[in-house]
Design a protein around this ligand. Sequence first.
Ligand SMILES: [Zn+2]
Length: 373
Amino acid sequence: MYFSDLPGQETTKTQLTDLFKSNKVPHALLLTGLEGCGHLQLALSFSGLLLCENPNETDSCKNCSSCKMFEKFQHPDLHFSFPIHLSKTEHSEISDDQRASFIEILKDFKCLGKKTWYSKMGNENKQGVIGVKESQSILNKLNLKSFFGGRKLLIMWMPELMNVQAANKLLKLIEEPPQETYFIFISNDQSKILPTINSRLQNISVPKMIDTEIATFLKTNFQLDSALAEKIAINSNGNLNKAICAHLESGSSELNRSLFVNWMRLCYSRNIADTIDWVNEFSKIGREQIKDFISYALEMYRQCILGNFKLSMKGLNESEESFLEKFKPFVNHKNISEINSVMNEAYYHLERNANPKILMLDVSLQLYKLLRK
Ligand SMILES: [Zn+2]
């Protein structure tokens, strides 16, 4: 992620590159703005610039060995700190324990929202924390010499979720960091950052992104056509993260729909050879996607029941509606409770690492019987 990869936000980019050019980069910088305003991308781009061996006035060179490592999130002098779900048993105590997932989601989404991150860790409703062990880990890392003898950086995403003990432990380091050590904090809500931390940071406020910039970002990074990108951008209210999630969710709901239609046809026709092929292909999509698919299927069955009772089916798109119109008689008061149990049990076993192939074949065979009830 370089400055040139984020459309717009010229004022903030100039503020940052001016600090760089005039050699006045503060040791503790805070970028604040609403979720999805691009502050995470700006912080990343700025770190790339600070680490680059051959930067120009406005961006990194994108060519030096440092830039190459930075692009792959492998630069050893760039550290990340972010809220996690603390769990000793699951070995999740400091940000580095979740680093691989964090980087993976940054690469996939090119952006990051709180809910998206929590859901990646397994529970979108559980608040993450930056705890005291994380502060100790930061102290350990930043007190070491930098790997390449140049700058050392720490990007902290959502310092507002640092607890008091963690903050107290970091105060001195933020106040008097070792030579060539820089903190870049990214906050969605500056008012929630502990005052002792907040008072030590130099703040730059980042405005919301504008629709055309969001549309450009979607077109460049997700290969959307103009009309769709613009439609999503208008509904995103200046939140790049919301726009990306909306795009990815619509993609996954289309995938779920086509999987569901094919699967139900196979189960109704009791075509065992094709069902086995379908299950083999299907199980390649990964456990999280399969869980998402099961939730989707449960919702489709619920819609069938609504339809059977002449209640309006809500929240469906056109193609779902036309399929369910034909399919709904096969899900009815005689089989719905058994279908629900079969699907819920499948979900339960998937969460406990059941083999998806064996599981989904078994579910299919049960549906063979149930759909004919
Ligand atoms: Zn470079």
